[in-house]
Design a binder for this molecule. Sequence first.
Ligand code: NDP
Ligand code: OXD
Length: 308
Amino acid sequence: MSFVIMTRPDRAAVWKRVITAGLPEETVEIWPDVADPEAVEFLAAWTMPDDLITLYPNLKVLFSVGAGVDQLDLSRVPAGVQVVRMIEPGLTEGMVSYTRYAVTTIHRGMLRYIAQQRTATWKAWPYPPASEVTVGVMGLGELGLPVAQDLLGAGYACRGWARSRREVDGIETFAGEGELDAFLSGTAILICLLPLTPATAGILSASLFDRLPEGAGLVHCGRGGQLVTADLIAALDRGRIGAAVIDVTEPEPLPPESALWSHPNVLITPHIASMTQAETSARSLVDNIARYRSGRAMRGAIDLTVGY
Ligand code: NDP
Ligand code: OXD
């Protein structure tokens, strides 16, 4: 029985080494060098080959290389195949450092200073203390919760919104559609860390922006399909959104003609908020395979009925 890895060669080499060392009884193969397709039980990939079912008829688990699974066509996953997203400390660390940077950029008005530098302008602007800035995190999962806790530690007032009720020390929490208005109305800087599902597609739209306080900031690290780009540009132009740090777009790469590129109040990064780190993610895979082999639940197993 074998574990097939489809990822960039440097990460694949590390995964093969760490998994083979941790679980010597498992056969690990790097795609496309697969000796016996019928022996494949585990596949780790970012996207799924179209002919997955016929290629690997005995597949048991499809591991996403990343935290998201929306890039996989879940409707094609054969019944009985479990889909598991990536939960690993390297991804969390990267997201925490990115969001701390993005929130600081908005809070301290750094986009304005970048523009001032271009015209050799020496001019200081006042800013409120962090304790007077409320950061609202949409999605309190593996990434959103540590992000909110980090910002709390940095002195910000923090709140979070999730599908189900969460109790978190020091963080005001809101649940479901019914509490979205209350969550948004007190959020000065909004961070989106939701998975892309039918329920979250297009959620960052004019109607949501209008429920934020005037001049609110936006940090978008979820998925491009959650953002209605034209609505964001309109909200920026009328000052409803004061500044935005955008890491994910639809499509990716963001086309050169997009108005987001040149907007003075926007910072664009090319989907780098966080990245699956080879060594730490390999250890997560070892743990999950061991769990599977001993009949325990794997960490990050997707509920296909809700899509995350
Ligand atoms: P999790 O599944 O651990 O957490 C998802 C959170 O979103 C949960 O709190 C969940 O609520 C909440 N949620 C889901 N659907 C809804 C909804 N309809 N309404 C309200 N809340 C909802 O995911 P992760 O934290 O691991 O990752 C989140 C996303 O971050 C990924 O799916 C991916 O899209 C993105 N990402 C982006 C990266 C980048 O570099 N830009 C890197 C890695 C991830 P509940 O707690 O009730 O289940
Ligand atoms: C992920 C990503 O989902 O990098 O892990 O976007």
